[in-house]
Each structure stands twice: as structure tokens, then as C-alpha cells.
Design a protein around this ligand. Structure first.
Ligand code: BT5
Length: 326
């Protein structure tokens, strides 16, 4: 794409002017065509300075989602090898599933600036206004189905690590994979398996993060917060997405090598309610106990009156004894 070629040229000379003549020669297009594309780039949020005698220089890339900026920030082995970015989708997980059924490959990433019917687990509604990070990753990892559930644990660690790296912000993980700041949910993960249980597994990993929008954009009934609410400024969504994908890429490689221990430790470091008395909702049944950690299989470990018991994600909900929410 001509626009991307122009960006590549400008980015190769950071802070410096690149003359219109040089761009037109290298890309074999008229200077008027370049000017037109520069206007489009400006509309997309790129800050490009143009001086008649000197040429153009790239000052700033947009904070809103942009395929070129995201690609450039990626240093992954496979995740993000193909990026699909839309202004609006019903659900990025839905689109990723379509891709998977058409023979999707590991690393396809679907992003939407907003979702009209984003989904949580058990078909719950996920509110997805503009400014959030709504992203789904197609994974075909070399993992058994039992190990596949650990990928969602990996995703929660990847998000928490990214928050710490980029914003020095410590967020907690509520088992199995809600991301929590001061008791309020800031991000959620939806892992789905496509295809037969006994054939090659394709996993769709949906990541939803409340980023650049005020809390008021979400329903007042939710126990939720947004990054904007915490930091009071907008952040680069491309950088955030790229950092999460880079972290996740590493974690998936570890899992494929059957190295779960490091991930388990990292997960536990951020676990909310660890060592506390919690309640587990198993359908209608309520089980009380001390939240001891997660097993090497990624199951939740609870010390109950009848001894230690483990529970796999999906079948239970964790609630703190103290609060309504946890
Ligand atoms: C989740 O489900 O937390 C998984 C959310 C995954 C969303 C991503 S966005 C990209 C991809 N495409 C999709 O369609 N989905 C994924 P769960 O644990 O079931 O939590 C759902 C509950 O969280 C809802 O019932 C609400 O109570 C609450 N909720 C809804 N929207 C929220 C938001 N934006 N922030 C915080 N909480 C929210």
C-alpha cells in the first residue's frame, strides 16, 4: 500500500525530513499523489510535518489502532503475522472463529475499534465502546486440550505484565482470568475452542481491555474501571496490543515446551484473594475454603474442611467471603 511505503521511508529517517522528490523517485509516484496520501495519514492521526523546501518528517504515530503502527511494534515469532482491523464488528471472537473455520493459522489477529455485540463467557454481554482494546488471536498451539486451558492463564499474565511494563501499574488477576484494579474489572478474557475436541485444536483467545475511555461509557451497574480512569490520559493502543502479543507469544512457546512452572508462579504473584477464605460456586452448590493456589494442571486449589480439592476453570466461580463481587 502506497501509504505504508511512504511511512516506511519516513520512519527509516526518524526526526529527519525526507524530500518529496526522493519519495516520488523511490516509490515511482507523483508528488501530488504523495501529498494526497500524507493528508490521509494525517486524518488517521499521524503527525507529519511538511515543509516546501525540506520535505516531510514523521513526528508522531497515532494512539488509536493502526495496522502499520501495530505491525511495526511487533517482535513476535507468529502472533500478529496477519492483522485484520475493522472500525466495528459484532465480536472479534466471532470473526476470528470464521477465519479459523476457513483454515485459519496461528497468529491471525482480529481487532475492532468497537464491538456491537461483544461477548463474555457463557454468552454474557461484553460492553465494548470506542477506545478499548478488543482483540482476538487465532492460536493453533501444539498443546493437548488439557494444556490449552493454560493459554487463558498465560493471556492474563501477558496483560498484567504489559500494564506493569508500560504504565508501572500493578493489576491483580482473579481466577481464572479477570483483571482487576482496586476491586474493579479492567479486562476480561474469553478463550474458545474451534473444531472437534479430538482433532487439531484451534483456540480463539479474545482479549477485552477498557483503555482510552471514561468509566461513564460503561453501564453504571458494572464493577468496572478503565485505564483512562486510573491514569487520566490516553495511551498508545498499538503499543499496548503489541506488548501483550509479544508477552503471549513467549508464554505460548513455554507452554508448548511443557514449561508451566514459571507461568504458574507469575500468575500466583498477581492472584487476588490468595490465602484468603473464598466461596466457590459449583452450579447451585457453594463450597467454602482457603484459596491455596493453582495446581500444575492450572486448576484452582482449595483447602476445604474435607481436605484439598481442585476445580477446573469454566465449572466454578470464585467469590471472596468478604465482598459481593469476588
Ligand atoms: C469476560 O467474560 O470477562 C470475557 C470478556 C472478553 C471480551 C473480549 S473483547 C474481544 C473479544 N471479542 C468478544 O466478543 N469477546 C472478547 P465474563 O467473565 O463472563 O465477564 C462478563 C461480565 O463482565 C458481564 O456479565 C458484565 O457483568 C461484565 N462486563 C461487561 N462488559 C464489561 C466491561 N467492558 N468491563 C468490565 N466488565 C464488563
Amino acid at each position: 500500500m502506497l501509504r505504508h511505503d511512504i511511512l516506511h521511508l519516513l520512519a527509516a529517517h526518524p526526526e529527519k525530513y525526507v524530500s518529496g522528490e526522493k519519495i516520488s523517485q523511490q516509490l515511482n509516484v507523483t508528488r501530488a499523489a504523495i501529498w494526497k496520501q500524507i493528508q490521509v495519514l494525517k486524518e488517521e492521526g499521524f503527525e507529519i510535518e511538511g515543509q516546501t523546501k525540506k520535505g516531510y518528517r514523521l513526528l508522531k504515530t497515532p494512539y488509536s489502532l493502526n495496522e502499520w503502527v501495530l505491525m511495526k511494534a511487533l517482535t513476535t515469532t507468529s502472533l500478529g503475522s496477519k492483522i485484520y482491523l475493522e472500525d466495528e464488528l459484532e465480536s472479534t471472537n466471532g470473526r476470528a472463529k470464521e477465519l479459523a473455520r476457513q483454515g485459519g493459522f496461528q497468529g491471525q489477529v482480529v481487532l475492532a475499534r468497537c464491538q456491537s455485540s461483544g461477548r463474555g463467557r457463557l454468552q454474557r454481554h461484553w460492553e465494548s465502546p470506542i477506545g478499548g482494546l478488543w482483540m482476538s488471536v487465532v492460536l493453533r498451539p501444539n498443546l493437548s486440550l488439557a494444556d490449552a486451558s493454560k493459554v487463558t492463564l498465560a493471556a492474563s499474565v501477558a496483560i498484567a505484565d504489559a500494564f506493569e511494563e508500560l504504565f508501572s501499574l500493578r493489576i491483580g488477576i482473579k481466577w481464572p482470568n479477570d483483571l482487576i484494579f482496586n476491586g474493579l474489572k479492567i479486562a476480561g478474557i474469553l478463550g474458545e475452542v474451534v473444531g472437534e475436541w479430538n482433532t487439531v485444536q484451534t483456540l480463539i483467545l479474545g482479549i477485552g481491555i477498557n483503555v482510552n475511555f471514561p468509566r461513564e461509557r460503561l453501564s453504571p451497574l458494572l464493577n468496572a474501571t478503565t485505564l483512562f480512569e486510573i491514569l487520566k490520559y490516553d495511551v498508545d493502543l498499538n503499543k499496548l496490543a503489541a506488548t501483550i502479543l509479544i508477552n503471549l507469544d513467549k508464554q505460548v512457546i513455554f507452554l508448548e515446551k511443557k514449561e508451566f512452572e514459571e507461568l504458574r508462579v507469575r500468575w500466583l504473584k498477581r492472584a487476588v484473594s490468595l490465602g484468603e477464605e473464598v466461596r466457590i460456586m459449583l452450579g447451585e452448590q457453594v463450597i467454602q475454603g482457603i484459596f491455596k493456589g493453582i495446581t500444575i494442571d492450572g486448576a484452582l486449589l482449595l483447602e476445604t474442611e474435607d481436605g484439598e480439592k481442585s476445580f477446573i476453570a469454566g465449572e466454578v466461580q470464585l467469590r471472596s467471603k468478604m465482598s459481593k463481587y469476588f
